[in-house]
Write a new protein. Structure first.
Length: 292
């Protein structure tokens, strides 16, 4: 009964690990949709503010340019293609991101013939806020010509949140794969050993362990196969292969009939996680000690 309960707990843990891995992989898509909604909401609010502001003091050509910019801002907002922040953990403005996507201000400047200004700002101050460019004469000249103020330009410019990419996912998944596969291979090796009078583990213990580690690896492998990058898919295939083997070994051990060590009572701890010195001069470390 105790062994069955332990196996059930390990299977539940394997399921939770697989669910967490899948959730962490698909979470970026949900965050991306939320980020687009946030920026579109911001730009819609700014558009309303620009339309509500009295521009009667502007010259006719400035008013016309201002109206064109508001329409262009609306089109930009509805298209929903905004820069991605791959470099900072906090929100940060981008003139042009690594994919070549322009921010709202860069888009407005570029569409009205300010290509050189956009390239220069992207090269020298790509993450600058508009208020930090208040002394830039070329930007100020553009704003004056287009019927916009520096404060309005600062309102137009949003900041961009972080996004978790496959580059973030793969190292975490790789570590999980190595840990789970190592435990599964250990379980397979334990099941291949001959029973010993001094062994602390019965055949059923070893088979339970192999079965649980096999389920864990299979659970990790399934979401890995549908990962967006080749590395994680390779990890997923490795998990499935090792998991299938460990599961088969565990099932074979549990259904193979009684063994000479099945009836023995085990009172000692089976696994010990101990802190041990390593590397000399008091260096720390950890070891998983398996006693037989």
């Amino acid at each position: 009964m105790v062994r069955s309960s332990m196996l059930a707990v390990l299977c539940v843990i394997a399921g939770l690990v697989a669910w967490s891995a899948h959730r962490n992989r698909v979470a970026p898509a949900a965050r991306e949709a939320s980020e687009v909604d946030r920026i579109q909401t911001h730009l819609a609010r700014v558009e309303h503010e620009l339309l509500a502001r009295d521009a009667s003091q502007l010259a006719p050509d400035q008013r016309a340019a201002r109206e064109r910019n508001i329409l262009a801002l609306r089109d930009y907002r509805l298209r929903g293609g905004f820069p991605h922040n791959h470099d900072f953990r906090q929100r940060m403005p981008y003139f042009i991101d690594r994919h070549g996507t322009r921010c709202a201000m860069a888009h407005l400047i570029e569409r009205s013939g300010g290509d050189d200004l956009v390239r220069r700002v992207a090269t020298t101050a790509n993450n600058a806020r508009i208020a930090e460019l208040a002394e830039d004469p070329e930007l100020l000249a553009w704003l004056d010509r287009e019927g916009l103020t520096l404060a309005e330009a600062a309102r137009i410019q949003p900041e961009y949140g972080t996004s978790v990419t496959s580059d973030d996912w793969q190292p975490v998944y790789g570590v999980a794969t190595v840990c789970a596969s190592t435990l599964a291979i250990t379980a397979i090796v334990l099941n291949e050993q001959e029973p010993s009078e001094m062994s602390l583990y019965t055949r059923q213990d070893r088979s339970d362990f192999a079965l649980a580690m096999g389920v864990l690896c299979v659970g990790l492998g399934i979401p890995g196969l549908s990962a967006p990058d080749d590395g994680s898919r390779a990890f997923g295939a490795l998990n499935l292969a090792i998991g299938a083997l460990a599961t088969a070994v565990g099932v074979a051990g549990l259904t193979g009939g009684p063994s000479e060590d099945d009836g023995r009572t085990v009172s000692a701890a089976r696994f010990t996680l101990a802190a041990v010195p390593s590397g000399g001069r008091g260096g720390g470390g950890a070891a998983l000690v398996v006693r037989f």
